[in-house]
Design a protein. Structure first.
Length: 264
């Protein structure tokens, strides 16, 4: 099944050009170029250590590439700054969960909203004046996300007490609370059982449809990639070895040799 939307072809939201990144002698990314169309779901696949997470870290400014350019929303940069990336609307989830386990679902998702809050913490603490009103508005938005992700029953539950699949959903909620233009998902279905994967796939599709969010998704499960992505980038040892529609990529010999033959 292909989800490609030809009407969006050409409207580039993010362009990664000739990006190289090394850690000492390890070449994590070598002259990688690809683009992401507005409103598409773009998958990045490849074996362990291929450079997938590093690529997301370059896009959101956590890693500074030694070479290359990143164009986001028409602005060209040699490297993204993490704060600028966030302020420009790039948000992400993490391969290893980065939630506050002792805090409630609601409060964890609120942390994702902080960037959008203008009033200082002091006024909010006083629950007074504009701070109070602003906090109420943000809480409404966060409640909307909680409804959307169908986690109402766990609003007040400490995240650490939830099953893993639901924790991943809360992490998605935290990233969504920023109202991102570009959402970077690093293996959102890793470690999930089939049912949890199906749920998460549906939420990713719904986010894309309902919020209009552009999504870059790292995923190892080829079934999921084939089902939900519009186009796929394939990395292997830091190099791009494939780029195209899911079916094209799946049938490319390069990709079969490098990736599909590798058990994960
Ligand atoms: N902060 C770092 N310091 C040193 N080396 C790193 C760092 N981050 C990544 N690397 C190395 O860069 C290479 C690419 O790693 P990366 O995590 O991007 O791969 P990946 O495709 O996400 O793999 P996985 O599927 O296992 O998550 C690996 O050799 C890794 O060891
Ligand atoms: Mg990774």
């Amino acid at each position: 099944m292909s989800r490609a939307r030809p009407d969006n072809a050409g409207k580039v939201l993010l362009n990664v050009e000739d990006v190289s990144l090394a850690f000492g002698g390890v070449k994590a990314l070598q002259q990688v170029s690809f683009d992401v169309y507005e409103h598409e779901i773009r998958a990045i696949i490849g074996p362990n250590g291929a450079g997938k997470s590093s690529m997301l870290n370059v896009i959101n400014g956590v890693y500074t590439p030694q070479h290359g350019r990143i164009t986001f929303l028409g602005r060209v940069r040699e490297n993204m700054d993490p704060h600028e990336a966030a302020a420009d609307g790039i948000s992400r989830t993490f391969q290893s969960l980065a939630l506050f386990k002792g805090m409630s679902v609601l409060d964890n998702i609120m942390t994702g909203r902080n960037l959008r809050m203008k009033t200082g913490v002091l006024l909010q603490a006083l629950h007074f004046g504009p701070g109070r009103r602003e906090e109420l508005r943000h809480r409404e938005f966060v409640e909307h996300i909680i409804d959307f992700l169908e986690i109402q029953a766990y609003r007040k539950t400490a995240v650490g007490r939830l099953p893993y699949g639901l924790q991943k959903r809360v992490d998605l909620g935290r990233a969504l609370a920023m109202e991102p233009k570009l959402l970077l998902l690093d293996e959102p279905m890793a470690g999930m059982n089939l049912e949890e994967k199906e749920d998460m796939s549906r939420f990713v599709l719904d986010v894309n449809e309902e919020f209009g969010t552009t999504i870059v998704l790292i995923e190892h499960d080829m079934g999921v990639v084939m089902d939900i992505s519009d186009r796929v980038v394939v990395l292997d040892y830091g190099k791009k070895i494939g780029d195209g529609m899911p079916d094209q990529v799946r049938n490319s010999q390069n990709v079969i040799d490098a990736y599909l033959g590798v058990a994960h």
